[in-house]
Design a protein around this ligand. Structure first.
Ligand SMILES: [Cu+2]
Length: 161
């Protein structure tokens, strides 16, 4: 067996230095509490869709694909639109019995440099208590809110499922 004494010494040194580095990082202004900024969210949007529903339907869902061109995750915490009195973030999951169910979630995250795809079979936006029936081909404005207070307004097209 060899004697890796220099390596162990280096590891011990790192262990001593790490807490100081972590403390410095936590005091850096860029890691402070969330704050609203005028810098736009680093998100690009594709395929924004509101699902067409029959006249009188109480609710519908909306899908889109968000690409985060930034270096930190974007955490979405809400959505609002004139089309619905209540709008929420939802996820679709299959339970232990193999049944699929939707549940409301407090946040959906667009990973740094990555994509969040909202779709009928997964995470989606739920538009509840509709104020009117959206027309096929119409543009519906959706405003997404991020945890840091910034918003992103998206024009979604009403399409048949
Ligand atoms: Cu839903």
């Amino acid at each position: 067996m060899s004697t890796p004494t220099p390596l162990l010494a280096a590891l011990a040194l790192a262990a001593v230095l790490l807490p100081a580095a972590a403390l410095n990082a936590s005091q850096h202004p860029s890691t402070a509490a969330p704050q609203t900024s005028n810098v736009p969210l680093p998100l690009t949007v594709r395929d924004a869709t509101v699902v067409a529903v029959p006249p009188g339907a109480a609710e519908t869902s909306a899908f889109l694909t968000l690409q985060n061109t930034g270096k930190v995750p974007v955490v979405l915490t809400g959505v609002r639109t004139d089309l619905a009195r209540h709008a929420m973030l939802m996820t679709t999951r299959r339970n232990a019995q193999g049944m699929t169910g939707m549940s409301m979630v407090q946040a959906l995250t667009v990973p740094a440099g990555g994509t969040l795809k909202l779709s009928a079979s997964g995470d989606h936006l739920m538009l509840m208590d509709l104020t009117r029936t959206p027309k096929v081909g119409e543009m519906v404005r959706l405003t997404l809110t991020a945890r840091d207070g910034r918003t992103l307004t998206v024009n979604a097209v009403v399409r048949k499922p």
